[in-house]
Design a binder for this molecule. Structure first.
Ligand code: ADP
Length: 271
């Protein structure tokens, strides 16, 4: 915004001279703004499910003699609670990723292990939505990374692919050794796609193309910013291609592990 902020301190010295200490605080103020925005957004996002749960509890009490109504409201309560815990988990993940002091637990990991774990965790949702996930094989392709974080990132991409696709469609996970010694893991869906005007913004925290659809399907608006942080922390990146009405492809690029990576598992030669 071109705003410049400085803190200025004037110190009187002897013989009428003064010393002026000026410190550029622009970056710090901007960071504070970002933090304040984030907290405001988080509070707003938390209030919605919490309010709904409180209201549903009240309604259930009133409807105590109607078992059918009690069931419906209890199901809604379950859904809102799951949304709330998803949101809390995303906030925890994101704040951990933003903490500069937290070190990555990077080692050599087989891409197939990451893909298998993420696909397995998305399995329940995929079956419930009648969407088939087909995972390509990477063989001995390995990345240098933190397995838990990489599974989280891929899981977020799969959750989105499921969330924004219709039943009966398919999702593919493609793996290959790409350029610049980066391993590419692409999640390809046949879903609703993203309009070019919204495309550059989807990695922003709490940005949603269609807030109603995101909320209804359990989205938190934080998934892609988590993926972006995981990629950046690994020295990689995440990119997106999309055609509205036809589908989207999100590609995660993570540095490949060297065959003689000293941090690779038990097979590594002792150094
Ligand atoms: P959300 O929890 O809302 O899915 P994300 O940060 O994961 O939040 O994604 C941001 C927005 O990007 C979503 O609200 C949705 O509009 C859009 N989006 C993400 N992934 C896809 C996808 N695979 N297909 C279509 N739209 C998507």
């Amino acid at each position: 915004s071109g705003r410049f902020v400085a803190s200025v301190q004037v110190v009187s010295l002897t013989r009428g001279r003064v010393l002026i200490l000026a410190e550029d605080r622009t970056a710090q103020i901007r960071l504070d703004d970002v933090r304040r925005d984030f907290i405001a957004n988080v509070s707003h996002e938390l209030k919605t499910p919490v309010g709904a749960i409180a209201l549903l509890a009240e309604t259930i009490t009133d409807a105590a003699d109607d078992p059918e109504a009690v069931r419906t409201f209890a199901e809604s309560m379950g859904r809102e609670s799951r949304r709330l815990s998803g949101l809390v988990q995303d906030i925890i993940d994101l704040s951990r990723l933003q903490d500069a002091d937290v070190q990555l637990e990077a080692r050599s990991v087989l891409v197939d292990d990451i893909v298998d774990e993420a696909v397995e965790r998305a399995g329940v949702e995929a079956r419930a939505r009648d969407i088939a996930i087909r995972a390509g094989r990477g063989g001995d392709l390995a990345v240098h990374g933190d397995p838990a974080l990489l599974v989280t990132a891929l899981r977020n991409l799969l959750d989105n692919a499921l969330r924004y696709s219709e039943p009966g469609t398919r999702i593919a996970v493609a793996v290959r050794h790409g350029e610049d010694d980066l391993v590419e893991i692409a999640v390809v869906d046949q879903g609703i796609g993203i309009d070019p005007t919204n495309l550059p913004r989807v990695f922003e925290r709490f940005y949603r193309v269609d807030p109603a659809r995101s909320r209804q399907t359990g989205g938190t608006g934080l998934g892609l910013s988590i993926v972006k942080h995981v990629a950046a922390d690994h020295g990689g990146e995440v990119t997106v291609w999309s055609t509205p009405g036809r589908g989207s492809t999100f590609t995660l690029r993570i540095p490949a592990a060297r065959p003689t990576d000293p941090s690779s598992g038990e097979d590594a030669p002792a150094s």
